[in-house]
Structures are given as structure tokens and as C-alpha cells.
Design a protein around this ligand. Structure first.
Ligand code: HEC
Ligand code: HEC
Ligand code: HEC
Length: 383
């Protein structure tokens, strides 16, 4: 027993992924697993529930994922040793898998502080889950995952992945809750503010704003870095109106940027990615492709490879930004691209970056280019 445990510990601390072939992993603890506890653990949303990605014969849960194979009958198809090996660290079987390693702590990037050094499952929890999976010996027919949207190639808006009700909300200007923000943005555009006694409208006709949003983020020589639309609008307030900046991620800025971005609806983006912007563009692309957090997933693993698949109740989209700022029903508020990036980062239990950080500006430049064929459609409505 001790010997087996030492072998396991040695394997876990080895530098690269180890190829275990068909070797099974011996029990991690001397106490046998408890299937009843295991069933509760796999449902626990605080522990990266297996249901995020797998359908399981747990009928009281309404939402099951369709990313991994259904687990009904898995107790017949795999031995406890094989199940344990996969749950502890599936990258040993396939270094590119999206399935998290449930009992591993090393080799992870930017794990959120409160999860650092902690595996998702303790050794005993691994045993409980293995014991539960071993009881799943009946093949229950489960509905296949909706795959109509599973395709790669062409860019597709998040709108294409919406449920009918949310889509109807977005498409009707009278119902779209984001239109309140747009109206408020129009008021801010026309309101005199600041020491110069001017409004935006004193210098710009609304129609002149058409196309402005398509060019952001762009390189700004004065800053020696990228500037996005909210920062550009605040720069206008400060330099032209001598007014206080609105700041980021507050209702007024989200409203003003939604109003300005909406003037470009129907236009494709045309960001510049060469010259001084190139290094930022490459950094953004690298960010998108880097695995991070306790779940050890990259943006690309979900939004390139799994677009169209079911992540519990959500359908994963391509993570495009054509609808931003969006109205997010879950938050009952408008949301910027950077807030969405931070949400996806935190969902992976990765340390997010600040809104307006060089990392998120670079990421946004990459996403603007990646979705460059999509017409801007603001304000998007999302779940
Ligand atoms: C983020 C998505 C994700 C999560 C969460 C996840 N898995 Fe998986 N799982 C997969 C994918 C994808 C596969 C297919 C093989 C691969 O890519 O490794 C898989 C394969 C498996 C297999 C092999 C199935 C077969 O028929 O060969 C088992 C067993 C399994 N997962 C169990 C679990 C358990 C138990 C949990 C929770 C403790 C879990 N998975 C959580 C994505 C996930
Ligand atoms: C005093 C006149 C003046 C005021 C007030 C002013 N702007 Fe400007 N704005 C300009 C000028 C001039 C430019 C051209 C670039 C420059 O000089 O910085 C510009 C550029 C812009 C651009 C960039 C256009 C593009 O194609 O990229 C946007 C967007 C913009 N302004 C929006 C606003 C908004 C929103 C406000 C109110 C918060 C505002 N401006 C207030 C004069 C003004
Ligand atoms: C585990 C899978 C997963 C990973 C990894 C992930 N996301 Fe997401 N993301 C989602 C889900 C689920 C949603 C909400 C539904 C949808 O629009 O896809 C979402 C939404 C988004 C949206 C909004 C799309 C829209 O049309 O409203 C953006 C943008 C986004 N993600 C960017 C990112 C970025 C950038 C990363 C990397 C830091 C990332 N995501 C990592 C699952 C993921």
C-alpha cells in the first residue's frame, strides 16, 4: 500500500506528463471509497462538477454537459484503476485533453490565490468518486449533445448560439434591456460637462461616430501601448472638455461606449495589427492559447475547439466580441469585454487581470482581429 502510494506521489511530482500506457493507478488511501459520498462530490459545483462536461445518470440534475462522453455504463467499460488514473491527471493519457486533473497541483499557471497548492479533490475524494463510478454499470440511453453548431472555420457571432428567448430579446429594440444603456449613453454624449463648458455633441455629430468603434483597440504612440474605446472616450473628456474621466466598468462608461459602438452596427472591425501593434497582437494570441488556472484550460480549448458543445446549461460560443458591451441577464447589467475575460478567467480558477490591463488590451486586439468578418451588433444580450 505504502509502496503504491509512493509510486503515485513520485509520478505526480515528475516533471513532464508521464505515459502510463495501460497501467492502472493503485488506491490513493487505505480507506475504501464511499459511492454515496462520491455521487455527492461529482455534483458539487464548488469542485468543478463532472456534469459541466459529462452526461451522467443523475436525473435530479437538469443540466448535463456534452463535451466528454456520457458516463452511464462507465463502471463496465473501465476498471477502478483506470478511472482513478484518469481522474488524478488525464493529461497522462492525452496531454491536450480539456478534462481537468482533479488531484494535481504542480505545473499550473496563475491559479487563483485561494486554490493555490490545493488539488480539486483530496485523495479520499478521488477514492469516493471512483467507488461511485464503479457502480455505473447500466448503459442508460442519454440524448446526444446538440452538435449542429459544432464546426470550425468561419467566425460566428455569440448570437448564433443563443436560445430563442434571449435572441428575441436582443433583436427587438423595444425589449432589449441594453437599449436603456444606449439611451443613457446618448444623454451623456449630449450633456455639457467639465471646465470647457462643452459636450461631445458640441464638436461631433452623432453620424461622425460611425466607424470609430471598428478601429479599437489601436496602438497609441503617446501611451506607448494599446488604447481601447473606453480609454479613448475618457481621453476626449479630459483633453477636449476638461471633464473628469468616467473611469472603467461603471454604468456611465458602459452606456457611453455602448452608444458609440452602436453607431458602427453592421460594420466589420478593421484593427491594425502590424507596425507597433504587432507585438501586442502576438501577446494577445499567446494569451488566448495559454492554459491557466486550476482547471488548466486555455481560451482556445473552449472557444475554438468546443464552440457549440454544452457546458452544463451553457452552449459554448466562439467567444467573439461583436456584441460588446453586452447586457448580461445573469448580472442584470451591461458588461464590457474585459469583465467577460475576467469572468472566464475566474471560472477556470485563474487569477484575472484588471480591466484596462495591457494583457486584456492585447487579448482584445487579438479577438477583434479573429472576429474581423463579423459585423458589430451592439448591444448584444447574453445569458
Ligand atoms: C472540462 C470538461 C470535463 C470535465 C469537467 C470532466 N471531464 Fe471527463 N472527459 C472530458 C473529455 C473531453 C473526455 C474525452 C477524453 C479526453 O479528452 O480526455 C473525458 C473523458 C472521461 C472519461 C473516459 C470516458 C470513456 O468513455 O472513455 C471518464 C471516465 C471521465 N472523463 C470521468 C470524469 C469525471 C469522473 C469527472 C469529474 C470528476 C470528469 N470526467 C470531469 C472532459 C471533462
Ligand atoms: C473640443 C472638441 C471635442 C470635444 C468636446 C470632443 N471631441 Fe472627440 N474628437 C475631437 C477631435 C478634434 C478629434 C480628432 C482626434 C484628436 O484631435 O484627438 C476627436 C476624436 C474623437 C474620436 C476618435 C474618432 C476615430 O475615428 O477614432 C472619438 C471616438 C471621439 N472623438 C469621441 C468623442 C466623445 C464621445 C466626446 C465626449 C466625451 C468627444 N469626442 C468630445 C474633438 C472633440
Ligand atoms: C471552460 C470553457 C471556457 C474557457 C476556457 C473560456 N471560456 Fe469564455 N465563455 C465560456 C462560456 C460557457 C461562456 C458563456 C457562453 C458563451 O458565450 O460562450 C463564455 C463567454 C465568453 C465571451 C462572450 C461571448 C459573447 O458572444 O458574448 C467571451 C468574449 C469569452 N468567453 C472570452 C474568453 C476568453 C478571452 C477566455 C480565456 C481567458 C475564455 N473565454 C475562456 C466558457 C469558457
Amino acid at each position: 500500500m505504502i509502496r503504491a502510494l509512493l509510486v503515485v506521489l513520485f509520478c505526480l511530482s515528475a516533471a513532464g506528463p508521464i505515459r502510463a500506457g495501460n497501467a492502472e493507478l493503485a488506491p490513493l488511501t487505505s480507506m475504501p471509497g464511499d459511492p454515496v459520498r462520491g455521487r455527492a462530490i461529482v455534483r458539487d459545483t464548488g469542485k468543478a462538477s463532472c456534469l459541466i462536461c459529462h452526461a451522467m445518470p443523475i436525473s435530479e440534475e437538469p443540466d448535463h454537459g456534452g463535451i466528454g462522453p456520457p458516463l452511464a455504463g462507465i463502471g463496465k467499460r473501465a476498471t477502478s484503476g483506470e478511472l482513478r488514473r484518469r481522474i488524478v491527471d488525464p493529461t497522462i493519457l492525452d496531454p491536450a485533453t480539456v478534462m481537468p486533473a482533479y488531484h494535481r497541483v504542480d505545473g499550473l499557471h496563475r491559479v487563483l490565490d485561494r486554490y493555490r497548492g490545493e488539488p480539486i479533490y483530496s485523495a479520499q475524494e478521488v477514492e469516493d468518486v471512483v467507488a461511485y463510478l464503479a457502480t455505473l454499470t447500466d448503459d442508460v440511453p442519454l440524448p446526444p449533445p446538440p452538435s449542429a453548431l459544432l464546426e470550425t472555420g468561419a467566425a460566428r457571432s455569440g448570437t448564433d448560439y443563443l436560445g430563442g428567448a434571449t435572441r428575441r430579446l436582443q433583436d427587438d429594440d423595444f425589449l432589449n434591456p441594453g437599449m436603456f444603456a444606449v439611451e443613457r449613453g446618448s444623454e451623456i454624449f449630449h450633456r455639457v460637462d467639465g471646465a470647457a463648458g462643452l459636450s461631445c455633441a458640441a464638436c461631433h455629430r452623432v453620424a461622425e461616430m460611425r466607424g470609430a468603434a471598428t478601429r479599437y483597440p489601436r496602438f497609441d504612440a503617446g501611451r506607448g501601448g494599446l488604447i481601447d474605446l473606453p480609454a479613448a472616450l475618457d481621453a476626449m473628456r479630459q483633453t477636449k472638455m476638461r471633464a473628469a474621466p468616467l473611469g472603467r466598468e461603471n454604468e456611465d462608461m458602459l452606456a457611453l461606449s455602448a452608444f458609440i459602438a452602436r453607431q458602427s452596427n453592421g460594420l466589420a472591425r478593421s484593427v491594425t495589427i502590424d507596425g507597433p501593434a504587432q507585438a501586442h497582437f502576438e501577446a494577445g494570441r499567446a494569451f488566448f492559447e495559454t492554459r491557466r488556472g486550476q482547471l488548466n484550460l486555455s481560451c482556445a480549448q473552449c472557444h475554438d475547439a468546443l464552440a457549440g458543445a454544452k457546458l452544463r446549461g451553457d452552449t459554448i460560443s466562439q467567444g467573439q466580441i461583436d456584441g460588446f458591451p453586452i447586457h448580461r441577464l445573469m448580472w442584470r447589467s451591461m458588461a464590457s469585454t474585459h469583465r467577460m475575460f475576467a469572468w472566464c478567467n475566474s471560472a477556470l480558477r485563474a487569477e484575472p487581470f484588471d480591466s484596462g490591463s495591457p494583457e486584456y488590451l492585447a487579448l482584445e486586439l487579438y479577438l477583434a482581429w479573429r472576429g474581423r468578418t463579423l459585423p458589430i451588433a451592439v448591444p448584444g444580450v447574453r445569458r
